[in-house]
Design a protein. Structure first.
Length: 510
């Protein structure tokens, strides 16, 4: 654990700091005068955040009691922002065990308050009829309320903010489909809430009186059907009016595949969202305002929340995205060339190309790869690989980028994640596509012995079993086209950018 020693205010532990809400909560807590400690399985993923130097970090996992105990030492308020959003059969037990560990260790550490962000559950619906993920969130809330530590459970439905999974799903469905045949849940009433109001509630909950131990509904002022949300989104985004037709035969499973087909949200994540939309989720109280008063103009209405989110997207100001959190089941093994690697088979494909440009021009191309810029080789092959990944439940190629020009450790990048970045020199990506093994892609901007710029690219694959070996040898004939073409085209793009810049610098001033 490392500490910077700054500040004397309340010490808050934030779990899930690498995720969408956690990554936004940390700077809000700092701005409110609190000290912050972040619990993360991979603290290095926090290092490129602008607030990284202002917080403590603790390495650990909420399912590991000793690491939780160490992270909670001296903590006043603990934020529990962890959910097992995967679809594995035992995720409810994982959620249950993690919540019990966290509650027990928080009580033992003398934590003053736990704050948990859960899901809004429909009134009058037996818990057994809820979606597994919504049911699990409700159970986690009960476990923390019964932990012996005063707990605030905030229950929100659809969170509207730039980069949130709910907003991205709404945005892509509405923008890409002027005419939609939709599931029947588009007529379900929902009470969305702006991410700004969620963060305000989370920060304000730190100061609740000791005798408060309960759940609070959290929503905005508008109650809308999903169909109305799409129509109002279209109006705010100045799109033509959408035609929406619903059909009753689309099951949650089919709905999730439909969402996965149209949006960047993979079916494995879309399914719990669509399952949760089967029942009406509307707030039945606004008691939170007694402890966290609403400032003028808050909570924000749906239209204003959408307007602010779209402005962030268009201004490239998205701070965190739904894909900030690791994909459930994503590999966490060390890079095979690390000193601590256990050994085994390792396949590599190395390409080196001289570049007629300065290293900084080459680096700009490297850091801008993926998303709208693509992968600089055989677009059809990359697209097909992305579709195949989606078909088997993977994230596919359409997660895109958080920022069009800049990357940081932990960012998702299509079906990769940034594992390491040394500005101006190295970008290392770890594959999060479904593979019979582990894969990395490294790109270097270097200078050779004569001072010339050189692009070096290295693909690594650590196969799992016979299927992994078969996979490598089945795709290796295409490497000269995919990886070779990629290296050549990146070099050409850097040279072209250099030429454009030189032309601008030589142009006479008007």
């Amino acid at each position: 654990m490392t500490a910077d020693g700054r500040g004397t205010g309340t010490l808050c532990l934030v779990t899930g700091a690498t995720g969408y809400i956690g990554g936004r909560l940390v700077p809000e807590l700092l701005a409110a005068g609190h000290r912050v400690r972040c619990l993360a399985r991979s603290p290095d993923r926090l290092r490129d955040h602008p607030w990284a130097g202002d917080v403590e970090t603790a390495r650990g996992d909420v399912t590991d009691a000793p690491s939780v105990a160490a992270a909670l030492r001296g903590v006043d308020v603990a934020y529990y922002l962890v959910h097992a959003l995967g679809t594995s059969g035992d995720f409810e037990e994982t959620d249950r065990r993690a919540a019990r560990i966290f509650g027990e260790e928080a009580r033992a550490a003398g934590v003053r308050r736990i704050v948990y962000l859960g899901g809004l559950t429909p009134a009058g619906v037996p818990e057994r009829e809820l979606s597994p993920h919504l049911r699990s969130r409700a159970e986690v809330g009960r476990i923390l309320l019964d932990s012996g530590v005063p707990t605030t459970v905030l229950r929100a439905a659809v969170v509207i903010g730039s980069g949130s999974v709910s907003f991205e799903m709404l945005r892509y469905l509405t923008e890409r489909l002027p005419v939609m045949v939709t599931p029947s849940w588009v007529h379900t009433r929902i009470q969305p809430v702006a991410v700004r109001d969620v963060l305000r509630a989370l920060v304000g909950s730190a100061g609740m009186p000791q005798d408060v131990n309960r759940a609070f509904d959290l929503g905005g002022p508008d109650v809308l059907t999903y169909r109305e949300m799409m129509m109002r989104y279209a109006a705010v985004a100045e799109l033509p009016r959408r035609i929406i037709l619903s059909v009753p035969m689309l099951t949650p499973g089919l709905s999730s595949h439909w969402v996965g087909l149209v949006t960047p949200v993979p079916a494995s994540i879309a399914r719990p969202l669509t399952e949760s939309l089967r029942h009406e989720v509307v707030c039945h109280e606004h008691d939170l305002a007694r402890y966290v008063p609403d400032p003028p103009g808050h909570p924000l209405g749906f239209d204003e929340a959408v307007r602010l989110a779209l402005r962030k997207v268009r201004d490239a100001g998205v701070v965190t995205r739904w894909s900030s959190a690791s994909v459930p089941g994503a590999p966490s093994d060390p890079l095979p060339t690390d000193p601590g690697w256990a050994g085994g088979s390792l396949y590599t494909d190395v390409r080196e190309v001289s570049v007629d440009a300065r290293p900084e021009s080459l680096w700009k191309v490297i850091e801008g790869i993926g998303g709208e810029n693509g992968w600089y080789s055989f677009p059809l092959a990359w697209a097909v690989r992305g579709w195949l990944d989606r078909m088997v439940g993977g994230v596919g190629l359409r997660r895109g980028r958080r920022d069009a020009a800049r990357l940081r450790v932990g960012d998702s990048l299509d079906f990769w994640r940034v594992e390491e970045i040394e500005p101006g020199h190295l970008l290392r990506l770890r594959a999060e596509m479904r593979l019979p093994g582990l894969a990395w892609l490294e790109m270097y901007a270097e200078t050779d012995g004569r001072g010339r710029t050189r692009f070096r690219q290295r693909a690594l694959f650590h196969p799992h079993g016979l299927l992994g070996h078969a996979y490598w040898w089945s795709v290796s004939p295409f490497h000269s086209v995919v990886f070779g073409g990629m290296a050549r085209n990146i070099a050409r793009a850097a040279a072209a950018a250099e030429g454009t810049r030189g032309a601008r610098e030589r142009a006479p001033a008007s």
